[in-house]
Each structure stands twice: as C-alpha cells, then as structure tokens.
Design a protein around this ligand. Structure first.
Ligand code: UDX
Length: 433
C-alpha cells in the first residue's frame, strides 16, 4: 500500500519503518531537512535498539521528504504521528496535529484514510473528520484512531510484536482497509492480536492503559514509602504480590517516579479532560501527586543526612535519562534532583553512557561530566543513582568504598543487593528497603 507518515519522532519513524518492513511503500514527512538527510543515509536521529538495521534493510521502500504535497496527494493511508505536548494547564496541545491536517487538506487529490497515531483527547478523531469534511467536500477522508503503545528502548520490538493493535473506526470500509494494511503483523511470525472498536473507545484505550501503568507505579512507590516507615522490604512485597496473576509482576518496581514522554503528559491530559466533563478522575489525580512527590524523595533523604548543608559537597549523579536504553530526558527525575543540588550549592559530577550532550542543552551550566562511573565518583561525598543502566547495576560496589571520600550511596532505582552493600561498609539508602 502507498502510505504517508507525518512526523519522524519515536512513533513516526519506528512505525513508518515497521510498515515498510511488512511490505508497504512509506513516505516519511518531516520539516527538518538535516534530519531527513541523516535518515536517507540510514542513520536514526534517535537512539533506539535495532532501528538503524531496519531502516537500512528497508531503505528501498522508504522515502524521507519535506514535500508533503507529493506524499499526501495520492496516499491510500496517511498516518499522523506528531507530538501532542502538554499545555501549561495540563491539557494536550493539538497544534501540530491540526497543522498536518491543514497540509492534508491542501494536498489530497483522492479519497483517503487518515490514521491518528498521536495520543489525542477523546473525541479528537471525530472533530478532525468534521474539520476535513468542512474544508474538502470533494473528497472523502475517513479518520481512524490507532493508538500507539511502544515503549522507548524497545520500540522496534514493541511495534512488530505489539501487545495488540487497537483500531477505532466508524465504518466497515475504513476497518477493512486498515485490517488489510496490518494483515502481515497478525500472521506468523508476529501473531499480533487485532482489536476493532469505535474511535472514542480506541482513544480512551490509550489513556486508560498509560494511566493504569502510571497508577501502578505510583501505587508501588507509595507502598515503598510506607515500607520504609514500617520496616517491610518493597522488593519482597512486590515479589509476593506479583505471583497473583490478577496483579501481575510487571511495573511494580519502586523508584524515584516515572518520567518520559508519555506517562507524565497523558495522566495530566486525561485528568484535565475529566474535569472538563465535570467527572474528575481521582485515582489519576493521586497518581500524579504521588509521582511529583516521589521524584525528590531521594534528595530529601540526602539533604537530611547532610543536615541541610550541601554547599561545596561533591555529589556524583549516575544516570540522567528517565529510563535505560534511551537518550531521552523528557520529565527525567534527574532534572528535578540536579536542579535542587545546584540550588543547594553542591558540586555536581554527572555520568550517563549516552545522554550527556542532551543534558548539556537542558542545563548548560554548573555540572561537570565524567566519562566513566569511576571518575564520576572519585573523591565524592555522595552518589545519587537516577537511572538503572546495566553498567551502574553491574558496577563492583566495593569501588564506592575505594574511590569515594565517604561511601554514601543514594540509589533511586534499587540497583544493588542490600546485604552486599552492608558487607562493603557502604552507607546505602534506597527506596522502600
Ligand atoms: C510508556 C508505556 O510503557 C508505553 O506503552 C507507552 O506507549 C508510552 O509510555 P515509556 O515512557 O517509553 O513507555 O517507558 P516505560 O518503560 O513505560 O517507563 C516509564 C517510566 O516509568 C520510566 O521512568 C520508568 O523508570 C518508570 N517505571 C517503570 C518505574 O518506575 N517502575 C516500573 O516498574 C516501571
């Protein structure tokens, strides 16, 4: 099928390349010519395991262009996968989505299907279809909602071997075209389950899924904080809970809160929307509040242990990204913690295997960077672990004692076995243990 894809971020690029991989001809549209030139050479602008291989393998079926008119004029299906960032009030900003809609209105020469992959508030697909109908009465543009569930770091796998493909459409024609498009993924070796429903339900599935996961994390973090007060160990508690199939053992890892491009934004967007409907989602409100508090819990423990005085203390921060396997810093807890360390006059040395340059753009001053964990922690008064990178988890813990001025390790991701830290005489503070 001839497909056009608007946006080459995580969702756009990975899905576009995956659709080429299952045999479609895909034109990826973006406004950034320098980025497109990289992609034409098979270089991915984002760090994502397996993506460049797939780009190179399917290069003859993918075109990267700024020429949206040619891309959209005769495309059988046009996907929109641009960002829907958070507005200051928490609501979703749909400006980028509507900017693409305007380009589609300007370009299409035949009936087409527009798939909204961007996460949008319930009812947006309907409004977009009406927008098309008002402006282009000469063609039929069906709007279909196919929410995206990929996680960063495993995006290629999550797309090809998706947990499910949820498709929201309002008529059989649109459902049939999309079913045909995704057919290769529903067969061997992928065997992805295809779930058809109406558009509003599909839009809601995305928010309800992300918010449920965010809620699960905030729940386990709150239980972890309570474990600290009561003397229970959150890891044992999560293990004990996880054997119950109804609860499941995933997303029960306590830490310094969730970050990333989805959970923080989507929880706030649906909470905002629920208030618009005079039907406030109280559990989601609680998840947001717990997460905001959780992000700085580790810093508060550090500050307390240093009697409120971090001036000129040498603090190493290990890991900057919101999770391992990505160079993305959006809503990463490291940002809040580093800002606090700067405010309290600490001398910060940071180490991250891939996100140093991105972090420099975010906070350009007051941070030194180290090229290894060893050099980051040498002569430090304390270490703060923000991301559970493998090399942090596999670090020989005796080196904390050997290299630091005083072995004070504050671990926001529960990377180490408690007993081992005690045996190595490390002052070890983690979450819920
Ligand atoms: C998430 C969803 O998983 C994905 O389905 C959706 O499409 C986009 O949002 P992503 O943001 O890439 O994906 O990462 P995810 O692995 O879900 O982690 C999000 C945050 O939650 C990270 O900061 C992570 O550290 C945190 N987390 C996750 C926990 O603190 N504990 C857990 O048990 C799991």
């Amino acid at each position: 099928m001839k497909i056009a894809f608007a946006g080459t971020g995580y969702v756009g690029l990975v899905t576009g390349v995956a659709l080429a991989h299952i045999g479609h001809n895909v034109t990826c549209v973006d406004i950034d010519e320098a980025k497109l030139e990289l992609m034409r050479k098979g270089i991915s602008p984002i760090y994502e395991m397996g993506l460049e291989d797939l780009m190179k393998k399917n290069n003859d079926r993918i075109t990267y262009t700024t020429d949206y008119k040619r891309a959209y004029e005769d495309a059988e299906v046009i996907f929109i996968g641009v960002g829907t960032p958070e507005r200051p009030d928490g609501s979703a900003n749909l400006d980028y989505v509507y900017a693409v809609c305007d380009q589609i209105i300007e370009s299409v020469k035949q009936d087409t299907i527009v798939v909204i992959k961007s996460t949008v508030p319930i009812g947006t697909n309907e409004s977009i279809e009406k927008y098309f109908q008002d402006k282009r009465k000469d063609v039929k543009i069906d709007v279909v909602s196919i929410p995206e569930f990929l996680a960063q770091g495993t995006a290629v796998h999550d797309t090809l071997y998706a947990s499910r493909i949820v498709v929201g459409a309002e008529n059989d024609y649109a459902h049939n075209v999309i079913k045909k498009l995704y057919e290769p993924l529903t067969k061997e070796p992928y065997n992805v389950t295809y779930v058809a429903m109406n558009r509003k339900s599909a839009e809601m599935v995305k928010y309800a899924s992300n918010c449920f996961l965010a809620l699960k994390i905030s729940y386990i973090n709150e239980i972890a904080n309570f474990c600290e007060k009561t003397g229970a160990n959150i890891e044992d508690v999560a293990t004990g809970m996880g054997y119950d199939d109804r609860i499941g053992n995933k997303f029960l890892k306590a830490g310094i809160g969730y970050g990333g491009s989805c959970f923080p934004k989507d929880t706030k967007a649906i909470h905002w929307l629920s208030r618009e409907y005079d039907s406030e989602l109280l559990t989601i409100k609680a998840a947001i509040e717990v997460n905001a508090m959780q992000k700085t819990k580790l810093f508060e423990k550090l500050l307390k242990d240093f009697n409120g005085d971090l001036k000129n203390k040498k603090i190493a921060v290990l890991g900057l990204t919101f999770k391992p396997g990505t160079d993305d810093l959006r809503e990463a807890p490291s940002i809040d913690n580093i800002k606090l360390l700067i405010e309290y006059g600490a001398n910060i040395t940071a180490y991250d295997p891939i996100a140093e340059n991105n972090f420099k753009k975010l906070i350009p001053e007051n941070i030194e960077y180290a090229s290894s964990i060893e050099s980051a922690i040498t002569n430090c008064d304390a270490v703060m672990i923000m991301t559970e990178w493998d090399e942090v988890k596999n670090f020989e813990v005796n080196k904390y004692k050997e290299l630091m001025k005083t072995a004070n390790v504050y671990d926001g991701r529960n990377c180490y076995v408690l007993k081992e830290m005690v045996l190595n005489h490390i002052n070890y503070v983690s979450i819920g243990r």
